[in-house]
Ligand binder design. Structure first.
Ligand code: SF4
Length: 683
């Protein structure tokens, strides 16, 4: 038989939030190669080992190809009508017996914008609840809250391209060389061309080797560190007083607060030597065009939103945001579409485009488009969904494309929640840890089998196009939501992803100028883009900030300690994060050749601590916290500071998140993954 012709499909990487444009080559229903697109707006011909090579999972024999229904202790294959009917009956019964707020959905950063739009519309209009959330709750919800409070919108303040005009980069709580490799490479090249670099991270991350100053503050002390930097900026006359007078508010309160944060005191709290703190403040403060880029090391804390606010203070003090100079304050988003999932309103308190469900005008606009009333009280956040399930108050939990039993903190409590919930529905590629606890498992399509759009870390919409058909009976999340609505006798409208994005633009005018047709012609569009006749917006706030008064808001926030601190019983601080070959729970990358590059989670131990505990490289060690226990092999490295440990969570079998705590950001409930008190023992 002759093989068919080679097909080239332009799509967007479904791993991290950089949003690399990829050309996927297929023949006879198989991927033969993935090539980074030379005209990709962010990647410009580059891709990392995940986007380029981690596609073997597509044809893994473990792919789910039929719906599964629990019968006793077993999950048995059934046809779609039986599975959907079971889910629909469970939802109907929960609503009839206890009301719509006993049903909840966790939407997905792995899903497209159009799928997220449809899921939140389903929950609000078919079920009648705002109980919908997405995994930004667990990573960048403090960014959304902090950036909105400081500047008015929830996204980063600039296009990433502007970072390459910066003469000083302040990279905080991020390891882009491993977690966002294409961005990491662009930043490194910029530094090698002469930009100054300050890295603030407890670990000696890749970029730190090239830094002018590396601030290794103790985990959980960010607010003190940022207040200390702000103190030096003001003390040394490095603030832009003209900008502050014209375009900011809150300077008097901040100035008063910062009297409590002289370098000496900040050094005591953070462990950062005074000369390093002062040197970093001078580098950022004297730069013509300074840039702030940050990651989950800022957000995943008990006071993560305070961290975003106090970090934003630095850019406001310097007048380096909303002006021609500088690259504002910009988060590196972790998952491919975590920005878009929130943009589309898969949030319990916000409709598409970040309109509050409590705002009558915003509800009225959505109701005009959807034709039904929108519930007015905020729904449950993800941790609240689990708590409600454990309390017997949640009857149905629908989890779309998230392995919450592997990625959410305090695994034992998450499992208890799923076991207590009468109906758990899981939409997945594989029989994940979460799917094993589900009553119904629906086989879903991957990012290489979908039509729609993603939004990357700098607010750019880009097209996602199917290079292959899903295997067996697997369906896209879009098709599954439509089918479930139809089983419940509802019509969601939006017959195609293109129609869903068009409708979203009517609910949320900030996206009103973006369409599949335009993206097919123009490649990428950054929101806000309300007008089909105009380009999107890379750099925000050049005229005014989007706050009610049009001003940037400085925040006078004191340092408060993290939820846990080391003590005699638990003397180490555990920090969790990512490694370069894998992605989140690893469900896709572990089923590719990347497994050979990084075959297991390891725990990084500083050589001094290893010597004290008689641990050698590769030895098994037991790590215990107040919440659980895990056994991993040690990796001895001075990338991790004495008294601290680091590990990723790519291998559910290592149960790293059994260790992490339920402490969470006081504003947004983002878990404090970056500070858990633990102890270490050999064996
Ligand atoms: Fe690009 Fe991120 Fe995909 Fe790597 S994982 S190819 S950096 S989008």
């Amino acid at each position: 038989t002759r093989s068919s012709a080679l097909t080239r499909t332009r799509t967007t990487c479904g791993y991290c939030g950089v949003g690399c444009a990829l050309d996927v080559l297929t023949r006879d229903g198989e991927v033969t190669a993935v090539k980074p697109a030379h005209d990709g707006p962010v990647n410009r011909g580059h891709a990392c080992v995940k986007g380029r090579f981690a596609h073997g999972f597509l044809r893994s024999p473990e792919r789910l190809t039929r719906p599964l229904l629990r019968r006793g202790s077993r999950l048995e294959p059934v046809d779609w009508p039986e599975a959907l009917d079971h889910v629909a009956r469970g939802m109907r019964a929960a609503i009839a017996e206890a009301g719509p707020d006993t049903v909840a959905a966790i939407s997905s950063a792995r899903a497209t914008n159009e799928e997220n739009y449809l899921i939140q519309k389903f929950m609000r209009t078919v079920i009648g609840t705002n109980n919908v959330d997405n995994c930004s709750r667990l990573c960048h919800s403090p960014s959304a809250a902090g950036l909105t409070a400081a500047f008015g919108l929830s996204g980063g303040t600039d296009s990433f391209d502007d970072a390459e005009h910066a003469d000083c980069l302040l990279v905080v709580g991020a390891n882009p060389i491993e977690a966002h490799p294409v961005v990491g490479a662009r930043l490194l090249q910029h530094v090698l061309r002469g930009a100054r670099l300050v890295v603030a991270d407890p670990r000696r991350v890749g970029l730190a080797e090239h830094a002018d100053v590396h601030l290794r503050a103790r985990p959980g002390t960010n607010v003190a560190l940022f207040n200390g930097l702000a103190h030096v900026l003001l003390d040394e006359g490095l603030a832009d007083l003209d900008f502050l007078r014209r375009r900011a508010t809150g300077l008097a309160e901040l100035t008063a607060l910062l009297e409590d944060y002289p370098p000496g005191r900040v050094s005591e709290i953070t462990g950062v030597p005074v000369p390093d703190l002062v040197a970093a403040a001078r580098l950022y403060g004297r730069a013509e065009r300074p840039a702030i880029i940050y990651g989950l090391g800022v957000t995943e804390h008990l006071h993560g939103t305070d961290g975003v606010r106090t970090l934003s203070n630095l850019a406001i003090l310097r007048g380096a945001v909303g002006t021609g100079r500088g690259y504002g304050v910009n988060p590196l988003r972790g998952q491919n579409n975590v920005q878009g999932a929130s943009d589309m309103g898969a949030l319990p308190d916000l409709l598409p485009g970040y309109a509050a469900v409590g705002d009558p005008a915003a509800r009225a606009r959505a109701e005009r488009v959807w034709g039904v009333p929108v519930p007015r009280t905020a729904g449950l956040r993800i941790p609240e969904m689990f708590a409600a399930a454990r309390a017997g108050d949640l009857r149905v939990l629908w989890v779309v494309g998230e392995d919450v039993c592997a990625t959410d903190p305090d695994t034992n409590l998450v499992v208890a929640a799923l076991e207590a919930c009468p109906l758990v529905v899981c939409q997945e590629l594989f029989l994940s840890e979460t799917a094993r606890h589900a009553d119904v498992v629906l086989p879903a399509a991957s990012w290489l089998e979908k039509d729609g759009t993603f939004v990357n870390f700098d607010r750019r919409f880009q097209r996602v196009r199917p290079a292959l058909s899903p295997p067996g009976q697997a369906r896209t999340d879009f098709a599954i939501v439509q089918a479930l609505a139809a089983t419940l006798g509802a019509d969601l409208g939006c017959p195609t992803p293109a129609a869903a994005l068009a409708e979203c633009g009517r609910v949320a005018p900030v996206f009103g100028g973006i369409s599949h047709q335009r993206l097919d012609q123009e490649g990428a569009l950054a929101w806000p883009c309300p007008d089909a006749g105009r380009p999107g917006t890379g750099k925000l706030y050049l005229d005014r900030f989007a706050t009610a008064d049009g001003l940037a808001h400085l925040a006078a926030l004191p340092y408060l300690p993290p939820g846990e601190s080391p003590d005699g019983d638990y003397p180490f601080i555990l920090v969790t994060g990512r490694r370069w070959a894998h992605y989140n729970s690893g469900s896709m990358t572990r089923r590719t050749g990347n497994l050979r590059l990084d075959p297991a989670d390891r725990i990084d131990v500083n050589p001094a601590d290893a010597a004290r505990h008689a641990v050698r490289d590769g030895d098994p060690v037991t790590v215990e916290s107040r919440h659980g226990r895990a056994t991993l092999n040690a990796r001895i490295t001075d990338e991790t500071a004495p008294g601290q440990l680091f590990c990723a969570f790519h291998f559910p079998a290592s149960r790293v998140n059994a260790l992490t705590s339920g402490h969470a950001d006081t504003v947004t409930s983002c878990p404090e993954y970056k500070v858990t008190a633990v102890r270490l023992s050999p064996g």
